[in-house]
Design a protein around this ligand. Structure first.
Ligand code: CP
Length: 313
């Protein structure tokens, strides 16, 4: 199946491996565009996209907007906090209003699982899920996979540890779905309260000891401790969490020599990752941000119908 045949990108789970390959391959020339002095091509001239984020974002929203601008699409951000949503306008009416303005594509983040899916079923606009609750964050997983493939030259068969709050993480879920399609050995590690039951059904092995989990891994993807969800007391304190699970330089000795460190951001330095690791030579965290723009350019290009010859110029 060709990815372009899909109306929406709602999750990694439903994508076929060949569709992921198409997206990652398309992001390669997009990254070349980002490196140019003049980072603009006319490919999506006349197309219009809107970002609607019901949850905060720095990387995802800004990189989608920049990706659209680099491809010459008209980009708009609906600032939910100052919109008529605050006057009680329903989601359905908000979406219908946006649709009637003539947008081709909507990028949505929402705290409630399934909201972008509901919207996609009720609009003719194409919809990209920019994160729905603890369900999926497909564009994050795609940029993570792009970053790994770029550095390691492949995805197949790699050992990847995902560290931290697996329970609440849409990034973890999307990465697990994606990496599993390439035969990666995915391990999750963290406090038992933050690892949901049934991980083995997803083909993933759960670890509670950081040292054991990192043995021989090619990639460590460190997740943010979601402080806003900790009022229930998933662990006694942030100090205790960092004592047991903060990734430090000494932990990297357990992994492969060329281990690669990822973090989707935003980081809590000194909680889930030490600054030494975050800023160290094995860290690809800054590159992930650039790759996020390339992946989002690829998706906009594929979903809003760019012309191939204009990319090559
Ligand atoms: N990784 C990620 O989704 O970051 P933002 O919340 O800043 O978009």
């Amino acid at each position: 199946m060709k990815f372009e045949q899909r109306k929406d990108l709602l999750g990694i789970k439903e994508l076929q491996r060949e569709e992921i390959d198409q997206i990652l391959d398309t992001a390669v020339p997009m990254k070349d565009i980002i490196k140019r002095d003049i980072k603009k091509v006319p490919t999506l001239r006349g197309k219009a996209m809107v970002t609607i984020f019901y949850e905060n974002s720095t990387r995802t929203r800004t990189s989608f907007e920049l990706a659209g601008k680099y491809l010459s699409a008209d980009t708009t951000n609906l600032a939910v906090s100052t919109s008529s949503v605050q006057k009680g306008e329903s989601l359905k009416d908000t979406i219908r209003t946006i649709e009637m303005m003539g947008f081709d594509l909507m990028i949505m983040r929402h705290s409630m699982t399934g909201t972008p899916h509901y919207v996609a079923r009720n609009t003719s606009m194409r919809v990209i899920n920019a994160g729905d609750g603890a369900n999926e964050h497909p564009t994050q997983a795609l940029l993570d996979m792009y970053s790994i493939r770029e550095k390691k030259g492949r995805l197949d068969g790699l050992k990847v540890a995902i560290l931290g709050d697996i329970l609440h993480s849409r990034v973890a879920r999307s990465n697990i779905y994606g990496l599993s399609k390439y035969g990666c050995e995915v391990r999750v590690v963290g406090p038992s309260t933050l690892i949901p039951p049934g991980m083995e059904k997803m083909g993933v092995k759960a670890y509670y000891s950081l040292d054991e989990a990192l043995n021989g891994v090619d990639v460590i993807n460190v997740l943010r401790v979601q402080r806003e969800r900790q009022e229930i007391g998933y662990f006694p304190s942030l100090d205790e969490y960092s004592d047991l699970y903060m990734l430090r330089t000494e932990h990297l000795l357990r992994a492969k020599d060329d281990v690669m460190i990822l973090h989707p951001g935003p980081m809590n330095r000194g909680v889930e990752i030490s600054s030494e690791v975050a800023d160290g030579i094995q860290s690809a965290i800054n590159e992930q941000v650039t790759n996020g723009v390339a992946i989002r350019m690829a998706l906009l290009y594929m979903m809003m119908g760019g012309a191939k010859d204009e990319i090559a110029n």
